[in-house]
Design a protein around this ligand. Structure first.
Ligand SMILES: Cc1ncc(COP(=O)(O)O)c(C=O)c1O
Length: 353
């Protein structure tokens, strides 16, 4: 089992002594108001199990849903694991191995968590342009399907799926199944399936505060959906998995709407710079609705990533992902960081020619 799990996910090496453009993080970090709020944590706060109602209400307001439609989780990773345990664990004597349908290329954690839960992975291979392969995903659905994963916008491509594709999937899955819409990058896209949830109680939306809000280190995310659908996920994860620092940080972050808006503007400007550089360097890229860009540099990709690393710029080689041969992923954050990253990418590509 260990080898099987290892083949599904390998954690990126720990690299902090350079510019991190390889894990789609917020390169500016969190709002300064978060640090101020964290400094206000008292000894008593630390001694008690954390309170969740006020922060859940604040998150529910942010998402525009009722509080019982939100479960806060220790990073969206935990929400995905909870969904896999809740929906993909084989039940004794049923004779059914629950299936997870994963349109590729996808966030590797779906493969990993499916294996941990004991489910069967059904991969759907991508189209060359990475547009959402609705017909192929529909063809992969069987009576044993229990989760269909849709990442919107997708990681590592940055390409969005039409909301109508999600509606179609929700109408076509077995009654015991869910569509799990991973919206880790939704703030950058400015689009969400959340307003549609009342009409689709078999859809769960996953969100994170790691990316647009810059809270990756503190670990806070949410799953959103009809209470009957998200309760099994809630029950599959530890009751106090969100710690007091995450509670305090999230409340402060949600209040600083200006900080969020300013960061979204930086990302937009950064992506335009990345596209312009790719055009100049004559390398293919996919216009992205997220905070990163997938770039096809070709067979030299490993050398380009190594060269950039030697210059203190960390990029992610994605060439082993389905459909991503020769591709690297470049995070677009603070404009000045993007310029530094692009200068090194340009140097690497010119050196490789
Ligand atoms: C598609 C997707 N979902 C979920 C996550 C994990 O989010 P979190 O940091 O909240 O666990 C990531 C992080 O990179 C991601 O890319």
């Amino acid at each position: 089992m260990t080898d099987q799990l290892k083949s599904h996910y390998e954690k990126p090496a720990e690299m902090y002594d350079g510019l991190r453009l390889h894990q789609n993080e917020n390169t500016a970090g969190c709002s300064p108001r978060v640090l101020e709020a964290l400094r206000g944590i008292t000894r008593e706060n630390m001694g008690f199990y954390p309170p969740y109602s006020a922060v859940t209400d604040a998150a529910a307001r942010y998402f525009g849903v009722a509080a019982d439609h939100v479960a806060l989780v220790n990073g969206l990773d935990e929400g995905i694991m909870g969904a896999c345990i809740a929906y993909l664990r084989p039940s004794a004597g049923s004779g059914v191995v629950p299936e997870a349908v994963v349109p590729e290329p996808a966030f590797e954690i779906f493969r990993f968590d499916t294996a941990v839960a004991g489910g069967r992975l059904v991969q759907v291979m991508p189209r060359p342009d990475f547009t959402f392969a609705l017909d192929e995903v529909l063809a992969a659905i069987t009576a044993a399907t229990r989760i269909v994963f849709v990442t919107n916008p997708n990681n590592p491509t940055g390409v969005s799926a039409p909301l109508d594709a999600i509606r179609t999937l929700a109408r076509r899955i077995p009654k015991e199944a869910i569509v799990f819409v991973d919206e880790a990058y939704a703030e950058f896209a400015g689009r969400s399936f959340i307003p549609e949830l009342p009409a689709f109680p078999n859809v769960v939306v996953g969100r994170t505060f790691s990316k647009a809000f810059g809270l990756a280190a503190i670990r806070i995310g949410a799953v959103i959906g009809a209470p009957d659908t998200i309760d099994p996920i809630r029950f599959a994860i530890p009751v106090y998995s969100v710690n007091i620092a995450a509670v305090v940080a999230l409340q402060a972050a949600l209040e600083d709407t200006e900080y969020l808006a300013a960061y979204l503007r930086q990302v937009k400007e950064s992506k335009a710079l990345v596209y312009a550089a790719c055009d100049r360097l004559e390398v293919k890229y996919w216009p992205s609705d997220a905070n990163f860009v997938l770039i096809r540099v070709g067979s030299r990709v490993a050398d380009v990533v190594e060269f950039a690393k030697s210059r203190g710029i960390f990029l992610r080689n994605r060439s082993s992902e389905p459909g991503c041969e020769g591709c690297l992923r470049f995070a677009a954050g603070v404009v000045e960081h993007t310029r530094r990253g692009l200068a090194v990418l340009e140097e690497a590509l010119c050196a490789e020619r």
